[in-house]
Design a protein around this ligand. Structure first.
Ligand SMILES: C[S@@+](CC[C@H](N)C(=O)[O-])C[C@H]1O[C@@H](n2cnc3c(N)ncnc32)[C@H](O)[C@@H]1O
Ligand SMILES: COc1ccc(-c2oc3cc(O)cc(O)c3c(=O)c2O)cc1
Length: 313
């Protein structure tokens, strides 16, 4: 084997081993949460040294080396930062990163229920509610999309986490949550929030706008077009003023960085396995909109791996 071939051979081998052992990443992330490490670091108020962490975890001192290696792995994966402590003779100290800040339990944007997505699918509404609490950031960055509306139906809106945030953010807006009857059966609304138990394939109440958040990625093309047609009926009395607001992923391998594409493609596989659904490219979204009889759409790509799409009749 010549030099170039040997380099390629070993790079290929490394890539394969990285993928094979990569399934340890979510496992370690879950262990870190089960041990409460993000909460311990957050409560500590400053980077925590290895010995302080081992003591907080009530792990015998003989196991310090294990914790050190575990934290090295997570730091390499950008879940924690490693600092050299100034006070304690340059001892290692661990801090939260933007990712692990989202795993601190008392934070409003805590995503630790999302971690259970793979291991405990029974907790579905807990998982979706944790994702929905992120919606306040989306709403704050696109007030113009919602502030002109008087009414909105959140189709497949689950237990109403998103709708409650919309009502709090836009005090004039009336919001209906439509989901399957058993999902909304015992939920109580308020004067601007109501729940309707119904099938989105059959009929959707009239409104200025329909919201579909993480709904269409669960369904194949044929079913998406059926849902979008029912949404179009719902806004039909508003003429060209009505619109559909979709919050979902848009795959764009050319524009997105490696991390964002990785997240979207992983979700695509999860949707394919679980629901025969899929994450879509802009062209695939466009074909759905044309298929359901819509004329225009506008995509806002500014919310991390999720996008917001306005669709007009
Ligand atoms: C992935 S969840 C999205 C929930 C919510 N929009 C969110 O982002 O948290 C899909 C939702 O669609 C609802 N759903 C599924 N089939 C439905 C149907 N035929 N009619 C109404 N809702 C339905 C499910 O009960 C579930 O709440
Ligand atoms: C933001 O990323 C995601 C959005 C939605 C989903 C998701 O997850 C589940 C999990 C379940 O246990 C049952 C389900 O029906 C679903 C979904 O329908 C769904 O869209 C995952 C990641």
């Amino acid at each position: 084997m010549d030099n170039q071939n040997a380099i390629e051979f070993f790079e290929g081998q490394n890539l394969l081993y990285m993928q094979i052992f990569g399934n340890l990443r979510p496992v370690c992330l879950m262990w870190a949460c089960e041990l409460g490490i993000p909460d311990i670091i957050s409560n500590h108020g400053k980077p925590i040294t290895l010995l302080e962490l081992v003591s907080a975890l009530q792990i015998p001192p003989s196991k310090v080396g294990f914790v050190k290696r575990f934290m090295r792995f997570l730091a390499h994966n950008r879940i924690f930062d490693i600092h050299e402590s100034q006070e304690d003779h340059h001892e290692l100290a661990y801090a939260l990163t933007p990712a692990s800040k989202l795993l601190v339990n008392d934070s409003i944007h805590c995503l630790s229920p999302m971690l259970q997505f793979m291991t405990d699918p029974c907790n579905f509404f807990l998982v979706m509610a944790s994702d929905s609490r992120m919606v306040d950031l989306v709403l704050k960055n696109c007030t113009s999309i919602f502030e002109e509306l008087d009414s909105i139906v959140d189709v497949g809106g689950g237990t109403g986490t998103t709708a409650r945030i919309i009502c709090e953010t836009f005090p004039k807006l009336k919001c209906v949550v439509l989901d399957l009857p058993h999902v909304v059966a015992n939920l109580t609304g308020s004067n601007r929030l109501s729940f309707v138990g119904s099938d989105m394939f059959k009929s959707i109440p009239q409104a200025d706008a329909v919201l579909l958040k993480w709904v269409l990625h669960d369904w194949n093309e044929e079913n998406c077009i059926k849902i979008l047609k029912r949404c179009k009926d719902s806004i039909s009395s508003k003429g060209n003023r009505g619109k559909i607001i979709i919050i979902d992923a848009v795959i764009n391998e050319k524009l997105d960085d490696q991390d964002k594409t990785q997240t979207k493609l992983c979700m695509d596989i999860a949707m394919m396995i679980a629901f025969n659904g899929n994450e879509r490219t802009e062209e695939e979204w466009k074909q759905l909109f044309i298929g359901a009889g819509f004329q225009h759409y506008k995509i806002y790509h500014t919310f991390g791996f999720r996008s917001l799409i306005e669709v007009y009749p």
